[in-house]
Each structure stands twice: as structure tokens, then as C-alpha cells.
Design a protein around this ligand. Structure first.
Ligand code: HEC
Ligand code: HEC
Length: 238
């Protein structure tokens, strides 16, 4: 995917955001009563059930926290993350295209329904806000909101939203409050050529991150950790 294509995607987002406001269209139930309902495991994947997801996520709590806010910055926050993004990542770990030995181990036993249930559970939680480094916040904000045309870096805000809440309809993840350590690790991975696969979605971030310097990555990661879901901008204090 080229930089120009990412820009086109970014531009198309004005429409995407509006569409996300409309109630999700569900295909109407078939008029004929299908016998599929009778055999429980054979049916299509249903929207996630948060209550079932809570029970299925106890094993995840050791690292990601009971409510998706981990006790240490070593693990990514899942609180408030979108259901479809979480289930997609579990699928990517299972397929080994997103290569992390720990998560491949925990994702492999999960069914697609488990992934949606767990996703629904964490999506209902709230990401605890962090703070940005005062020395980095200006550069971070500039990049997040406006990008850097000279380095071919698009504005993060175009897809991840002004407050970092992302766009579940387009499967653009929430970033607000995410730990800077984790964000730094991911941005460096992409810049240095790592990918999460070769579908269209996975091709976006390697292009976005290509022109980022180490300093830019540190500034963005700090800004994102301080970014709030409510209001705009990041809290800077350190
Ligand atoms: C032993 C610690 C550990 C446990 C237990 C664990 N994880 Fe993770 N998880 C990680 C690490 C480390 C990462 C970051 C992987 C990376 O850097 O790509 C991660 C990443 C993730 C991501 C991607 C987050 C993102 O923002 O892209 C999801 C989703 C996830 N884990 C879900 C789960 C689920 C569901 C469970 C329980 C079934 C679980 N994890 C159990 C350590 C753990
Ligand atoms: C054109 C849309 C688009 C733009 C612009 C964009 N992103 Fe992303 N971003 C994505 C998508 C899509 C994913 C998820 C990729 C996947 O699921 O394979 C993602 C994932 C991420 C993640 C991983 C989140 C997690 O929980 O693991 C981080 C961090 C991130 N982006 C940071 C940034 C930053 C910083 C910028 C600006 C320099 C940016 N993004 C610009 C679309 C975009």
C-alpha cells in the first residue's frame, strides 16, 4: 500500500465517521425458520456476550488486568477497546501473522465466538487515563493532529479520532490512554518492516510509521498515553 493510498483512506474517513454514527445495519432474520438454531456449535458467530466474555477472560487478567487496565505498563490496555478490533487481533495471533509468542499461546485455544465475547467484555470497560511528558507533548500533538507532510506521515487523528477513541465501524483501534512503552514498541516494529499480515488493514500502519524518527515515536507515544476519551487533547504532567 502506498502513502498516497493511505492519504486517500484518510480522506475517505469523513464519510466513514458519519456512517459510524448510523445504527449498524443488521441483516433481517430469514423468514423461513432455519434449523441451524437447533445445533448450538454450528451456528454463525453471534455478537459478543460481555457476561460470557467476563468468565472467559479470567485467564487474561493476570497480564491485562481484571478490567483491561494492566497493573504494569508491560502489557497493553484492553479496556474500552472495540470488540471487533480485539477479536481481529486474536485471529491474527492464531494465524501467527501477528507474531508474539505469549499471545499466540493464549489466543490459540479461543474460538471465534470466545474472541467476540471477550472483546465485548473489555469494550464495556473504561481505559484509565495516563499523562503525557510536558517536554514531548507539543511535538506529539503536532504529529497526531497534523502529521508531517515532509516525512510522509499522515495525521493519526484522521483514523484514530481527535480524542483517540478510534472508529469501530472502520476497525481503527482506540489509542487513548494506551501505555507509551507498548505504543513505542509497535511503532518501531512497523517502521522497521514488521507487519501483522498482508490484508489491507494490516498494510496501513507500516506505511504510516515509515517516516517516523525515534524522537517522533517517543513524542507520539507520550502524547497518546495522555490522550483522553473525553474532550480533546492530552494531559501533560511529569
Ligand atoms: C502472560 C501475559 C499475557 C496473558 C495472560 C494474556 N496476554 Fe494478551 N498480550 C500480552 C502481550 C505481551 C501483548 C502485546 C503483544 C505485542 O506486543 O504484539 C498482548 C496483546 C494482546 C492483544 C492485542 C492488544 C492490542 O491493543 O492490539 C489482545 C487483544 C490480547 N492480548 C488479548 C488477550 C486475551 C483475550 C487474553 C486471555 C485469553 C490474553 N491476552 C492473555 C500478554 C498477555
Ligand atoms: C488510514 C488510517 C490510519 C492512520 C492515518 C493511522 N492509523 Fe494507526 N492504525 C490503523 C489501523 C487500521 C490499525 C489496526 C491494524 C490492524 O488491525 O491490522 C492501527 C493500529 C495502530 C496502533 C496499534 C493499537 C493497538 O492497540 O495495538 C497504534 C499504536 C497506532 N495505530 C498508532 C498510530 C499513529 C501514532 C498514527 C499517526 C502517526 C496512526 N496510527 C495513523 C489505521 C490508521
Amino acid at each position: 500500500m502506498s502513502f498516497r493510498l493511505v492519504l486517500a483512506l484518510t480522506a475517505a474517513l469523513g464519510v466513514g465517521l458519519l456512517q459510524a454514527q448510523a445504527p449498524a445495519e443488521k441483516p433481517a432474520a430469514p423468514a423461513t425458520s432455519a434449523p441451524a438454531e437447533a445445533a448450538a456449535p454450528a451456528g454463525p458467530v453471534k455478537p459478543g456476550d460481555a457476561t460470557a466474555g467476563q468468565a472467559k477472560s479470567t485467564v487474561c487478567a493476570a497480564c491485562h488486568g481484571m478490567d483491561g487496565n494492566p497493573a504494569t505498563a508491560q502489557y497493553p490496555k484492553l479496556a474500552g477497546q472495540h470488540e471487533n478490533y480485539i477479536s481481529r487481533q486474536i485471529g491474527l495471533f492464531k494465524a501467527h501473522t501477528r507474531d508474539n509468542p505469549i499471545m499466540i499461546g493464549f489466543a490459540t485455544p479461543l474460538s471465534e465466538q470466545d474472541a467476540h465475547d471477550i472483546g465485548a467484555y473489555f469494550a464495556g470497560k473504561t481505559s484509565l487515563p495516563g499523562v503525557a511528558d510536558t517536554k514531548l507533548v507539543a511535538r506529539g500533538e503536532l504529529l497526531y493532529r497534523g502529521g508531517d507532510a515532509s516525512a510522509h506521515v499522515p495525521a493519526c487523528m484522521a483514523c484514530h479520532g481527535p480524542d483517540g477513541r478510534g472508529n469501530p465501524g472502520a476497525m481503527y483501534p482506540q489509542l487513548s490512554g494506551q501505555y507509551a512503552d507498548y505504543v513505542t514498541l509497535k511503532l518501531k516494529d512497523w517502521r522497521d518492516g514488521k507487519t501483522w499480515g498482508d490484508d489491507d488493514r494490516a498494510k496501513i500502519m507500516p506505511v504510516v510509521a515509515k517516516g517516523l524518527s525515534d524522537g517522533d515515536i517517543a513524542a507520539l507515544a507520550s502524547y497518546i498515553e495522555g490522550l483522553h476519551a473525553v474532550g480533546t487533547g492530552a494531559t501533560a504532567a511529569k
